[in-house]
Each structure stands twice: as C-alpha cells, then as structure tokens.
Design a protein around this ligand. Structure first.
Ligand code: ARG
Length: 378
C-alpha cells in the first residue's frame, strides 16, 4: 500500500523483503511490489542469520519479556534494518520506509536502529502519516486492487521463525478469549493427539544443535520444532504487555519452538551452572531482554551483556528430554558433559554423607549472622 502511495506521489521505490521465516513467497511478493509501482524488488533469505545472530542470543538469555513473550517480533527488527540500510546504500536511496503505525513498539525499533546504523538516511513511516484505522487501510488497498489476505483483514499479524504475533479485533478486550481464527501454528490443545510425544534436544554452548540425536541447521531445527510442538498445541501465549510507547496491549502469540527450546535451555543451565552464576545471570538476562524489547538492540550495553551471557553459557552443552502433551511441554530428563549436579553427593542411598558434626558446623556458620541480629547469640 505504501508502495502505491509513494509511486502515485512520483517517488521511485525499491522494495525489500527479508525472509526471517515468515513464510514469504518470493515470487508473489515481487509481483505485488511491481504491481504497486516498485522499480525493483530485493529479496534476502536471512533465516540462518536471524537464528544465529538474534534467536540464539535470546535463547542464551532465556529471553521472555515480562515473563512470557519470547521477543519474536522484536528480534527480527534490527536484522531487517541492517538489510534495509545495505540495500538503501547500494541503490543510493536518500530515505528508507516502513509500514508501522504510531502506536507500536516496532516503529521505535525501526526508526531508532536505522538512525543508529545510518544517520544519513531519512526514515519515512507513511502509515503514521495517514493515521488510518485498519478498516480504512483495507479499503485503500481494495480500491487499488491490492489483495489483503483474510487473516490480515481481522488482525495485525507478524511472523518469523521464532513466533507469530497476533493483535487487534476481539483481542483488544483483555477479557475476551481469542477466537480459533487467531491461531495458525498450533492446534487447540483439546484436539491435540492423546499420545504424548517425547523429544530430545541437544545443546552446545547454550544453543540447540540437534533434535532427536540428529544434527540440524539452526533454521531447520527451529522450523521442525515449530511443527512438532505446534501439532501438540504447545506455544500459545496470551499476554497483556507493557509497551515501550507507554501503554499496555493485549497480544496473542504462537511460539511452539521458542517455548520448547527456552524451557529446555533454562533447565540445562540449572544442571550445569552454579547457584551464583544462575543468580547473577538472571539479572543480565533480564536487562538484555528489556533492551531488545525496548528497541535498543544497537546499544553498546546489549552487546556487552550478550558477550557476558555467552561466556557463562559456554559449558551449557548436553541433552534435554521433553514431553509434549496437549499444550504443555515438560522436561523429563537432562544430562550434560560438565554439570554442577553430582549424583554421588546428592544421593540419599549411597556415596558422600556429612557427619552430624559437619552438618552442625555448617549450620552454625550459616546461621550466625541471623542469630546475632536476633540477639540469639553473642
Ligand atoms: N507486541 C510485540 C512486540 O512489540 C509484537 C509486535 C508486532 N505484532 C503484531 N501483531 N503486528 O514485540
């Protein structure tokens, strides 16, 4: 639509689509862009790069914004901006444009990151200028013969390998349950198979590298897991979240692979890392997650935190067994090459057992500050 609008205004437009696993049909997009007046269309398959440079750091950081949202949309924005800037420089454009409204987080992520990477480029946001309702947008498209897919008439949808975000329509009332039409990647847990599915995820340095013992390319692993977990109704998230622009919104997500991988990753970390590492890491994780959600991917702190998090996650290599069953994912087993857990030490049956005297010694040192503060000793 924006392409049409610009070309009607006599502006030369080069369009770009970045494939981050949204299920984009390159030929169809090219056709749409040219029909709307684009002089050239560029398509970049960035799925591998998206997973390796954006999704994997999010896995290491156990990234769940406000405890629930795996950042799927947020993670794709800086990569899209990088590609946009590359193409803009290549064709000698003096401005870049995106289709965000004035109400969302994505405009912040696009504008801010573009200005950080390419201060010489102007950022245009036609939808912010129009300030149309969804209905008005659909009407504009229809009048000009631009096809709008059915689901997109009702909802605002954004998709990539890490998840599917759905908002608008009945979802705007936080009390109203989502209509079955909101979901495409997950089956209704009630209709999921009666037989649970057990899978094994292999991790190296804090990121998954194999599924059921088979080494897989990052984008293939995530795609496959979206299918497997989605078929068992895993990954539906219904969330009221605090936007960076100051107000709350209700969004429904489908993130089957993300929910499964994050569950497995955190579990493996607990087996491998020390209590001190886990505690401190959760602070770094939370800050990394917040910066990414709030559009500050380009900030130096995000980079430093990411390096720190990756260094902690270096020994997080091993396997996690998970059970997918009617909308739930549960870890049922884990093992690692280097782990902080010791069966010999933990077992009630045999192995190491402190004497009564050792136990008393530990407890009196541990309890001393509390006893002193309460006047129970001293
Ligand atoms: N609320 C999410 C975020 O800010 C998703 C944004 C895109 N969602 C959408 N339905 N268009 O990251």
């Amino acid at each position: 639509m924006a392409v049409k609008w610009f070309s009607e205004a006599g502006v030369e437009v080069v369009t770009l689509t970045v494939d981050v696993g949204q299920g984009a049909d390159e030929a169809e997009l090219r056709e749409r862009a040219v029909a709307a007046g684009a002089s050239r269309h560029v398509h970049v398959d960035a799925r591998r790069e998206f997973v390796e440079r954006f999704v994997w750091p999010a896995v290491r950081a156990n990234a769940l914004y406000e405890g629930k949202y795996p950042l799927s949309s947020a993670l794709s924005r800086p990569l899209i901006v990088e590609k946009l800037v590359e193409v803009a420089r290549e064709v000698g454009a003096d401005a870049v444009a995106h289709g965000c409204t004035a109400k969302g987080n994505d405009q912040v992520r696009f504008d801010l990151t573009a200005a950080a990477l390419a201060p010489e480029l102007k950022v245009l946001a036609p939808v912010r200028v129009w300030s149309w309702t969804r209905e008005e947008e659909v009407r504009y498209a229809e009048e000009r013969g631009i096809p709008v897919p059915r689901a997109h008439r009702r909802y605002s949808i954004d998709q990539n390998l890490w998840g599917r975000s759905v908002e608008g329509s009945e979802l705007e009332d936080p009390w109203t349950g989502p209509s079955p039409e909101a979901f495409e990647w997950t089956v209704d847990p009630e209709r999921a198979p009666d037989e649970p599915l057990e899978i094994t995820l292999g991790f190296e340095g804090g990121v998954p590298t194999s599924l059921n013992g088979e080494e897989m390319a990052p984008e293939d692993l995530v795609t496959r897991l979206n299918e497997l977990a989605g078929a068992h109704g895993v990954g539906r998230i219904d969330h009221v979240e605090s936007r960076v622009v100051g107000f709350k919104s209700r969004e429904v997500y489908e993130c089957p692979a993300a929910v499964t991988i994050l569950e497995a990753h955190l579990d493996l970390e607990k087996l491998v890392l020390t209590k001190e590492e886990l505690r401190f890491k959760s602070l770094a994780d939370g800050e990394w997650t917040r910066l990414v959600y709030e559009g500050l991917w380009a900030s130096p702190l995000r980079e430093s935190l990411e390096e720190f998090i990756a260094s902690l996650d270096r020994p997080v290599s091993g396997e996690v067994r998970l059970r997918l069953y009617k909308g739930s994912v549960a870890v049922v087993g884990r093992r690692a090459e280097r782990q902080s857990y010791s069966l010999e030490v933990a077992s009630y049956d045999e192995g190491w057992y402190p004497t009564d005297e050792q136990a008393r010694g530990f407890i009196s040192a541990w309890g001393l500050p509390t006893w002193l503060a309460r006047g129970a000793r001293g």
